[in-house]
Design a protein around this ligand. Structure first.
Ligand SMILES: NC(=O)c1ccc[n+]([C@@H]2O[C@H](COP(=O)([O-])OP(=O)(O)OC[C@H]3O[C@@H](n4cnc5c(N)ncnc54)[C@H](O)[C@@H]3O)[C@@H](O)[C@H]2O)c1
Length: 359
């Protein structure tokens, strides 16, 4: 496989948190050049041009994505805008890396799938976890049945946030609920692990912020049942009132044992950016259901990642750029993004209609 000889010419649309993370990871990898940065807010676009030494900036993505010197468009706006920006780039045969979720609606997601069929450009949706080394190990081992099946999959993504970060999350909540926006990451992993369809979903959501209108919710949970009998649980809560206790539970149980990812960051408060992330992959395999603790085979693998310079995105970027350089089809990944969106959107509907949704 060819890798890494070319320097791809990139436009980034959306100069917010994820825009910066993608730019920093790409610059650090040496595989791309940031030609253009685009934001509807001119001040932000200009600031990113200067900060990252881009060739130019713009407030109009339509104008920018059609330009001849752009080969890849990275879409890092809020989800409700994804489909129109991605489709515009695809209509000019540009390659696109779009942040997850693929869209905030199934109609928007289907429009992207259809536009991709007509374009010479390739699209990848940024489900970054599935490309990361710790998760790749976990997915493979669980899929291969290391703890048997069916599985109980418990995941949480509660974030205690304040100030600017919380203000940004509130804007995101109004655009797309945490259960859809963040849930799609973890439901995507569940789908990869069980490798079968979801059959039913139940969701609950509640608004704990007195200033946020009650049509929105800043805490949501979902339960999903898969065709092989496995069940998944995910909860996401954002804001200053969330506890830090359940911010990152990643637990799996099966007939032959349990598997956990214990995730640690080297910071003490939400305001203090971490530099190192440690993943402890902890397995407890039981030889039989009647065994005693002394018979349990306990093992731990530790993987450390530098969290600076967008390190968590580099595996995803390498996967995408390798696919472009080797003309590998990304269609099945696009369908995967649609399938996980379908489940989290059903959970959101379940909240609104107060009933179980059968898929
Ligand atoms: N992969 C992850 O772990 C992860 C983490 C956080 C967010 N995200 C995703 O990344 C995306 C962006 O999130 P964020 O936190 O960076 O948001 P953000 O609010 O920080 O940034 C979005 C930017 O888009 C700009 N924008 C709005 N309309 C635009 C338009 N028409 N043209 C150009 N720019 C426009 C805004 O001005 C803003 O600067 C979302 O889809 C979110 O779900 C992914």
């Amino acid at each position: 496989m060819k890798t890494g000889n070319k320097k791809w010419k990139v436009a980034v649309v959306g100069c917010g948190g994820m825009g910066a993370a993608h730019i920093e990871a790409l610059i650090d990898s040496g595989r791309a050049e940031i030609v253009s940065v685009v934001d509807i807010v001119g001040k932000k676009a200009r600031e990113y041009k200067e900060r990252y030494n881009a060739k130019r900036y713009s407030t109009d993505y339509e104008e920018e994505v059609r330009k001849n010197d752009i080969e890849i468009v990275i879409v890092t706006t809020l989800p409700s805008l994804h489909h129109q920006i991605v489709n515009s780039a695809l209509s000019y045969d540009k390659n696109v890396l779009c942040e997850k979720p693929i869209s905030n609606s199934l109609e928007g997601a289907m429009e992207i799938i259809n536009a991709a069929k007509k374009s010479k450009g390739k699209v990848l949706i940024g489900h970054q976890l599935r490309y990361m080394e710790p998760w790749q190990t976990v997915i493979k081992e669980l899929k291969d049945g290391i703890i048997g099946k069916p599985l109980v999959m418990r995941m949480t993504g509660n974030q205690q946030t304040f100030g600017e970060i919380w203000e940004g999350q509130k804007r995101l909540i109004i655009d797309t609920s945490p259960l859809i926006d963040c849930g799609v990451h973890y439901v995507d992993l569940m789908c990869l692990i069980v490798d079968c369809k979801a059959v039913s979903v139940y969701g609950q959501g509640i608004n704990l912020d007195p200033l946020l209108p009650d049509v929105y919710y800043n805490y949501g949970l979902l339960q999903v049942k898969f065709a092989d009998g496995s069940i998944g649980f995910y909860e996401a809560g954002w804001g200053p009132m969330m506890t830090q206790n359940a911010w990152c539970i990643k637990d799996f149980s099966g007939p032959k044992g349990s598997y956990s990812i214990l995730y640690e960051l080297d910071h003490n408060t939400p305001d203090n950016p971490p530099t190192v992330a440690t993943y402890r992959l902890q397995k407890r395999l039981i030889p039989s259901t009647t065994c005693l603790w002394k018979d349990v085979m306990v093992s731990e693998k530790i993987i450390t990642k530098n969290t600076e310079k967008g390190d968590s995105l580099k595996d995803e970027h390498n996967f995408f750029l390798d696919a472009l350089e080797n003309d590998i089809s990304l269609e099945k990944y696009l369908i995967g993004a649609y399938e996980s969106l379908k489940i989290v959107i059903a959970a959101d509907r379940s909240i609104k209609e107060n009933r179980v949704i059968y898929l």
